[in-house]
Design a protein around this ligand. Structure first.
Ligand code: NAD
Length: 295
């Protein structure tokens, strides 16, 4: 068990020192990006903001409803990457006024919007019998409505730019964070799983509806990732001595880390994925593929 944690820790350190020591990339050169859910120190949104800056994004609009770590994130990016213009916004990713406003602001201030990474989300741990209608609607609002709003307003802004620039643009990329829980049973969480299945459907349906616009929409389905969101899950399992077991259920024998999801977001955000559209991309160490008949 000890080794198991050492491995996960070593992996996080390796990825972080890779970022700190490797030369700047150009995969998002000059791109203007919006990311929601960036406020958690171990979270997917923060790891993505740092990676997008490392890869040459020209401007980042970063949103979270918890302002605790936003200023620190802005300062970290500005210190490491002084050429990246970073704007932080405290607010709810499911607030229509905020989301339509930030898309318009990107156009007005930066003249373009290339990437919207709708990543904000909340977990839920209630079994069916104790989930109320209010719980269900709250999770759907934050996890699913936020993605609908991102697609609606980001695509409108991207279309405006594409029309004014003509055909030969790289269009835009909208990325939604779903979950493996939206691909199959999420075990204990009916509202969470339903909300993430909706996100996967939003990615597919909007990719179809946005055809011929050169705007791509995909979702990422993370497996179990050690972030702010899963701290309680892991602590609970840890207390029962079951934590290593959770990791070992995965074909990779470990949890994932936020930086590994950020790398998938970077691929989908960049022109490297120019023909990937309408997909629900599992980044889960093989978890969703593994239902062995004989374990
Ligand atoms: P996290 O809790 O570390 O980070 C999520 C961030 O989103 C937090 O800073 C939180 O304040 C913010 N947030 C939540 N609701 C918001 C809202 N309405 N408006 C603005 N900000 C909001 O968790 P994470 O694991 O980095 O989660 C990122 C995404 O990944 C979520 O959509 C989550 O459902 C998804 N996900 C996580 C896992 C995992 O194992 N960690 C697995 C599958 C999917």
């Amino acid at each position: 068990q000890q080794d198991f944690y050492e491995n996960t820790k070593a992996r996080i350190q390796k990825i972080q020192s890779h970022l700190a020591n490797s030369p700047r990339g150009t995969r998002l050169k000059d791109k203007v990006c919006i990311i929601t859910g960036v406020g958690s120190l171990k979270g997917i949104g923060r790891a993505s903001a740092l990676l997008f800056a490392h890869e040459g994004a020209s401007a980042l609009f970063l949103i979270d409803f918890d302002s605790t770590n936003l200023q620190e994130l802005k300062e970290t990016i500005e210190k490491r990457y002084p050429d990246v213009k970073t704007t932080i916004l405290q607010g709810d990713a499911a607030d229509e006024t905020l989301i339509s406003g930030v898309c318009k602001r990107a156009l007005k201030e930066e003249g373009r919007l290339d990437v919207f990474f709708a990543n904000a989300g909340i977990a839920s741990r209630q079994p069916l019998e104790s989930t109320t209608s209010e719980d269900f609607m709250n999770v759907m609002r934050i996890n699913s409505l936020s993605c609908f709003l991102a697609v609606k307003f980001a695509s409108a802004a991207m279309k405006q730019i594409n029309e004014s620039r003509g055909k030969n643009t790289s269009g835009g990329s909208i990325i939604l964070t779903a979950s493996v829980a939206g691909l199959r049973s999420g075990a204990g969480t009916i509202d969470y799983s339903a909300s993430k299945a909706a996100v996967n459907s939003i990615a597919k349906t909007s990719a179809y509806q946005l055809q011929k616009t050169n705007i791509r929409v995909n979702s990422i389905c993370p497996g179990l990732i050690e972030t702010g969101m899963t701290v309680d899950t892991f602590n609970y399992a840890r207390q029962r001595g079951a934590d290593a077991k959770i990791g070992q259920l995965n074909p990779m024998g470990r949890f994932g880390v936020a930086e590994e999801i950020a790398q998938a977001a970077l691929f989908l955000a960049s022109d490297d994925s120019s023909y990937v559209n309408g997909q629900n991309v599992a980044v889960d160490g093989g978890l969703s593929a593994s239902h062995p008949v004989v374990p």
